[in-house]
Design a protein around this ligand. Structure first.
Ligand SMILES: [Zn+2]
Length: 416
């Protein structure tokens, strides 16, 4: 990872990670010889070195000579990388990938990549040796980070917690003293029913109090609240307006779940998959709606590499919209008369020849850059926000297919 990591915006860093992951996913080893290690921030580097040394000596038992050599080479290379770190890994930890990957025609290439400070803290130490690199934990960190409040309840038990990205975090629980439906001898039926309702009401208030304490301070950052439990308990709870009114507005779905302990929180998230997928693209949808509206009604919209870049340079772009699936490079040319021109090409293709559109002279390539890096670095200098837009909905797909994956919502019309 480049050394100016700290200067990069969070989004740009995520993009850098995504690119490395895409590259790593392509690789395959002919044997079980690609090593991945995830090092959490609280793990001592010396412990990791000891672990790697141990694996190195155990690898001598591998029967295939080629695999044995490859695994040991990977481990040596990892040990070399670990020397660059102090006692503990930086911020959120380190991930190191190393191994001999198939390069076609029976050849192999040694590949080693170090990713420092991923977007979220690495939870646990993992040593993984396989025919592929282990990228899933990193990919999970890069999915759009939703923040949802979770509540599961019945009349006896309740749990509240968070869904952060894909991670469920149980926070608080409560259990009730609500008596069962059978009354004891000597109690009047009416009195029993009243006491029981009172106890239920008290318990709902207690659950709401728990949820309010946890969610109200975060209500502006939250994407929604999911409520689960058996019927009709959860409906009773929601219809009774026990929750703080601003939280009530955040409830995006209620679901039948059978358990109300911590495992119920996981069940709730499983049941809510469809709602969660919708929520994930909702912000993207809103951005694209605004873009199309501006495009049709006024001039406060731009698209395509050239016009968007010009607007960015002028500082007129409020939000830069980039398709998540955009993988292009920009090749920069200069002709003998000093005209600078750009051509956008597929990242996998070479540099095309270019004739200057102003003077017709043959232009020479002076630079080549990833389109997203190129535009985002201008955006950062001009205080423009960048939004990555998923292709999982129609207008997101349109951005990718019809607008070259690049668009901008303008602060004012520029006529460019
Ligand atoms: Zn020219």
């Amino acid at each position: 990872m480049s050394t100016d990591a700290e200067e990069m915006s969070e989004d740009r860093r995520k993009y850098e990670f995504r690119k490395v992951i895409e590259e790593l996913k392509e690789y395959e080893g002919s044997g079980t010889q690609l090593v991945t290690i995830y090092i959490p921030p609280d793990k001592q580097i010396s412990d990791v070195v000891a672990h790697v040394t141990q694996e190195h000596s155990e690898a001598s038992n591998i029967k295939s000579k080629q695999t044995r050599t490859n695994v040991q080479d990977a481990l040596t290379s990892i040990k070399d990388r670990l020397r660059y770190f102090d006692t503990f890994p930086p911020d959120n930890g380190i991930v190191i990938f190393s191994g001999a990957v198939d390069a076609g025609g029976g050849q192999t290439d040694m590949v080693t990549r170090t990713l420092e400070s991923p977007p979220e803290p690495i939870q646990s130490f993992r040593y993984h040796c396989d025919s592929n690199f282990l990228t899933q934990p990193l990919e999970d960190m890069l999915t759009d980070k939703g923040l949802f409040g979770l509540i599961v309840l019945d009349r006896r038990e309740a749990n509240v917690g968070w869904l952060k990205g894909k991670r469920v975090e149980p926070v608080k629980s409560a259990s009730s003293l609500v008596p069962g439906k059978q009354r004891k001898g000597g109690q009047s039926a009416q009195r029993f029913a009243r006491l029981r309702l009172e106890a239920i009401d008290n318990f709902y208030q207690e659950i709401a109090g728990m949820a309010d304490d946890l969610f109200v301070p975060k209500r502006h950052e939250m994407d929604g609240i999911l409520v689960g439990g058996p019927s009709p308990t959860k409906d009773e709870f929601l219809d009774g307006d026990y929750l703080h009114h601003e939280l009530g507005d955040l409830v995006v779905g209620k679901f039948d779940v059978s358990y109300t302990d911590e495992s119920g929180l996981h069940d709730l998230v499983d049941s809510a998959q469809e709602v969660l997928a919708d929520q994930e693209v909702m912000k993207d949808k809103a951005e694209m709606e605004e873009f199309f509206e501006n495009l049709h009604t006024g001039e406060e919209a731009t698209y395509g590499f050239g016009p968007t870049r010009k607007n960015l340079m002028m500082g007129s772009v409020d939000r830069l919209l980039l398709s998540e699936d955009l993988r292009s490079d920009v090749v920069i040319y200069e002709c003998p008369n000093g005209h600078e021109e750009y051509e956008v090409v597929d990242s996998r293709h070479g540099d095309p020849d270019h004739v200057c559109s102003e003077c017709g002279e043959e232009a020479e390539k002076v630079d080549r850059d990833d389109v997203i890096d190129h535009l985002m670095s201008i955006a950062e200098q001009r205080g423009t926000e960048t939004k990555f837009i998923s292709t999982d909905f129609e207008k997101g797909e349109q951005l990718h297919d019809a607008f070259g994956g690049i668009a901008g919502i303008l602060r004012y019309s520029t006529g460019v």
